[in-house]
Design a protein around this ligand. Structure first.
Ligand code: GLN
Length: 541
């Protein structure tokens, strides 16, 4: 079979679930026995997502090969179970950077380099590469932004050019919104009709319309969309709001979207596949779990309202959910601002109302002292604690100050001239910061970690050697290793190549683990991540 390409574009407005639709299609195609991969094209001029503020753009997701991506890549990984690579993430900035570099290298052999066709051609070659590298029968391409805006036009142009050349191998899925205005009380199709027309103006015709709405789309409206958008009513797929994102593959599958796609692309139905049975069991299980486990996430900005929490920490939230589902719990997640623990240390007492506490990753010095106070409380009161990246670094500082007598311990990120820099800038990072080389220069992607026997981590992973993903510039300062260990800290995991501390634990505590990496990026719905599972187990006890 020739490789097939499915473009997923958004209509009417953003934030209606284009990423989850793409992830679900990936899951559905795989469940029907096909190999498939998904890529994301972001309209931003940023070369990657690493320089984007998560408050504005959501979580920066990191792949094994160290790409800093849009959070949707995380959903592709969670839904498909595959590890996505840097070839599957593209931005306007990356495309232009590549074209300009090629021009400088005379790769266009003296030709005038123009926006059209050179930019769409570069996009097309990247799309094809993603298919080749992963050797996939299907490549799903999610185009960021919404139809009708200026910024993604060149990506639509790439889709048009690919479709023109191989109409039988390219499909367009429009994910559109159908509002149900309160004052009218009925679902309106006109905005979707307009979106479909705007797509026509770009030279494209939707093959399938996924209609997102607060309720299912009824037959009369399916017919209306069919008439005005020029498609078969069977190709209007109803995607009402659902309790959880994990329902969406099941909803879309029940609307037969997979069969429609395969038929249109002339791909035969493959028999004897397990389908979505495992997924269905997982969804059912997560719905039926009622025993609550209360997890507090302590961070900065949480009170200001400027922070879109669910987007900025989506992988942490999903990892908690996966672990809870596996263990038969229902998660109750609370966001607690560390700044109030800074103003008055006594406020940390509220943490005794929770079964477990997570201090996630972060940058800069705001709210840091409050987080350290929270960590102290968890250690003393034996509340299960998981520190992720910055959370681990702060746990080391807390331990140095309160168990090792280094009262003035800190990180050079927080206080450059601190007396005891137990956390300091990695040697390899010094020139990056000095020369203002910020983009894509952190310690990024998967690194190996050797685990020490008789530790919580070793028990959790059931493995001696693991590999986890990183995104940081600072690390535990090895000069303080002995003092920290003498004070009762266990170095449970180390990177063998560079001798970097990767995991710390505190003895005589039900669960006190800090990791320099981001285990949340590798958590998968059906299995959960070993560390999160062990953490939730301790929290549920
Ligand atoms: N700011 C810290 C560092 O750069 C931690 C980063 C993180 O939490 N991802 O090392």
């Amino acid at each position: 079979m020739k490789r097939k390409y499915i473009f997923v574009v958004g209509g009417v407005m953003s934030g209606i679930g284009k990423g989850i639709t793409t992830s679900s299609l990936l899951k559905i195609l795989k469940s029907k026995g096909y190999s498939a991969t998904a890529m994301n094209i972001d309209p931003y001029v940023n070369v990657d997502a690493g320089t984007m503020n998560p408050v504005e753009h959501g979580e920066v997701f990191v792949t094994d090969d160290g790409a800093e991506c849009d959070q949707d890549i995380g959903n592709y990984e969670r839904f498909s179970g595959d590890s996505i690579t840097k070839d599957n993430y593209l931005t306007t900035g990356k495309v232009y950077q590549t074209v300009i570099n090629k021009e400088r290298n005379l790769e266009y052999k003296g030709k005038c380099v123009e926006v059209v066709p050179h930019i769409p051609n570069e996009v097309i070659s990247r799309i094809k590469k993603a298919g080749q590298v992963t050797d996939s029968e299907f490549v799903l391409i999610e185009i960021g932004g919404t139809i009708g805006e200026y910024q993604n036009l060149l990506f639509l142009e790439a889709a048009r050019m690919m479709h023109l050349k191989n109409p039988k191998d390219v499909l367009i899925v429009l994910v559109s919104y159908l509002p149900v205005p309160k004052t009218i009380g009925e679902m309106k199709t006109k905005p979707t009709q307009s979106a479909s027309r705007a797509l026509n103006e770009a030279g494209l015709q939707p093959d399938i319309i996924v209609g997102r709405s607060s309720m299912p789309i009824d037959e009369p409206r399916k017919k209306k969309i069919s008439t005005f958008c020029n498609i078969d009513p069977k190709d209007v797929i109803s995607a009402p709001d659902s309790q959880s994102i994990y329902h969406i593959p099941l909803i879309l599958d029940s609307e037969k979207i997979g069969e429609r796609i395969l038929k249109k692309l002339n791909a035969p139905l493959r028999k004897g596949k397990n389908g979505l049975r495992d997924w269905e069991n997982f969804v059912k299980k997560s719905e039926n779990n009622t025993k609550e486990v209360k997890i507090a996430i302590v961070g900065k900005y949480f009170e200001t309202g400027e922070f879109v929490l669910t987007d900025s920490y989506i992988s942490v939230i999903e990892a908690i959910k996966h672990a809870c589902c596996k263990l038969g719990y229902k998660e109750k997640i609370s966001w607690l601002s560390s700044e109030k623990y800074e103003k008055d240390k006594k406020n940390v007492k509220e943490l005794s109302n929770y079964d477990g506490v997570i201090v996630p990753g972060g940058f800069g010095n705001r709210g840091v002292e409050g987080k350290i106070n929270a960590i102290s409380y968890c250690r003393e009161m034996k509340i299960p604690f998981l520190g992720l990246c910055l959370g681990m670094q702060l746990a080391v500082i807390e331990h140095a100050r309160n168990n090792c007598g280094l009262k003035k311990a800190s990180s050079t990120e927080v206080d450059e001239n601190c007396k005891y820099p137990v956390i300091s800038l990695m040697q390899s990072q010094k020139s990056n910061l000095k020369n203002k080389k910020y983009g894509g220069t952190m310690r990024l992607g998967a690194y190996s970690c050797a685990l020490r026997t008789d530790t919580i981590s070793r028990k959790a992973y059931k493995n001696k050697n693991i590999s986890e993903r990183h995104r940081h510039r600072f690390e535990v300062n090895n000069e303080y290793k002995d003092i920290l260990e003498k004070g009762g800290m266990v170095i449970a995991g180390t990177n063998p190549e560079l001798d970097l501390v990767e995991i710390i634990e505190i003895k005589k505590h039900p669960f006190f683990v800090g990791v320099q990496f981001h285990p949340e990026f590798k958590s998968r719905p059906l299995t959960g991540h070993p560390l999160f599972v062990e953490f939730i187990k301790a929290a549920g006890n």
